[in-house]
Write a protein that binds this ligand. Structure first.
Ligand code: PEP
Length: 256
């Protein structure tokens, strides 16, 4: 079976103006010149998507991602952006189920499932985030939480669509805290995610799905995390805002 291609995604959250985006891309492109064999995704705020789309053109090296969308067809949903609107800008990936959306905006597994289904129907590839809180880990419930979130988010999602999705394991206690999961903790969780995927689909399908780690990934810890057998890349928040540090993380994905 061919190796899973590593995928490194930047989640800029509510950061970066259009001008910041232009500056970032100029520096980042120089820093990753000649890098191949790893998929790079940048998910800027909505306001930067048109300009980034224009600048990236038909780049095969760097793909455009969105941080969110609303699953309904165009209509009376003030403040929301549809999947079709993202496709018009050549957005390829969309982050779904990020813990900030779950915690701050009250997104449930049922809503996340609707978003996954709508993304797949529009040929947007989901980056589906799952992960436990500190309280859940301390109570020894992290594996149950991951199972519940995966089962909920992937309900009725057919095999051909899940194969193109990316799962991001993001322990909530590691996001933006500077405290990353150890490579062993992350590997253990990723192996569990793959086991649940094998139960929901088949072992062959589970082996093909890429599972990223997210939570305080930095140039210093990226290589050791990604050297683990079930860690197929990283979803990066804070360290993706600086072009050189994000480029270092991309390069870390190339190390054996
Ligand atoms: C994230 O928001 O997805 C994330 C992983 O953030 P950070 O890298 O800042 O922990």
């Amino acid at each position: 079976m061919p190796a899973r291609k590593k995928i490194i995604a930047a989640n800029w959250k509510m950061n970066m103006t259009v001008a910041d985006t232009e500056t970032f891309l100029a520096t980042f492109r120089r820093a990753v010149e000649g890098v191949s064999g790893v998929e790079i995704v940048i998910a800027p705020p909505f306001t930067s998507l048109p300009r980034l789309s224009e600048l990236l053109g038909s780049s095969q090296q760097i793909r455009l991602g969105a941080q969110n969308f609303y699953h309904e067809k165009p209509g009376a949903f003030t403040g929301e952006v549809s999947a079709l609107m993202l496709r018009e800008l050549f957005v390829r990936y969309v982050i779904i189920g990020h813990s900030e959306r779950r915690q701050i905006f009250g997104e449930t597994d049922a809503l996340i499932n609707k978003k996954v289904l709508a993304a797949c129907a529009t040929e947007l590839l989901p980056i589906l985030c799952v992960g436990e809180t500190l309280a859940e880990r301390e109570a020894g419930k992290e594996k149950d939480v991951l199972r519940t979130q995966l089962e909920g988010a992937l309900r009725s999602v057919p095999e051909e669509d899940v194969l193109d999705a990316v799962i991001a394991y993001e322990p909530v206690w590691a996001i933006g805290t500077g405290v990353n999961a150890t490579p062993e903790q992350a590997q253990d969780a990723h192996a569990h995610v793959r086991l649940v995927l094998a139960e929901l689909y088949t072992e062959a399908v589970a082996k093909k799905i890429r599972i990223q780690y997210g939570g305080s990934v930095k140039p210093e810890n990226a290589a050791s995390l990604m050297s683990q057998p079930d860690i197929d890349g990283a979803l990066v928040g804070g360290a993706s805002l600086e072009a050189r540090s994000f480029a270092q993380i991309v390069r870390a994905a190339l190390r054996p």
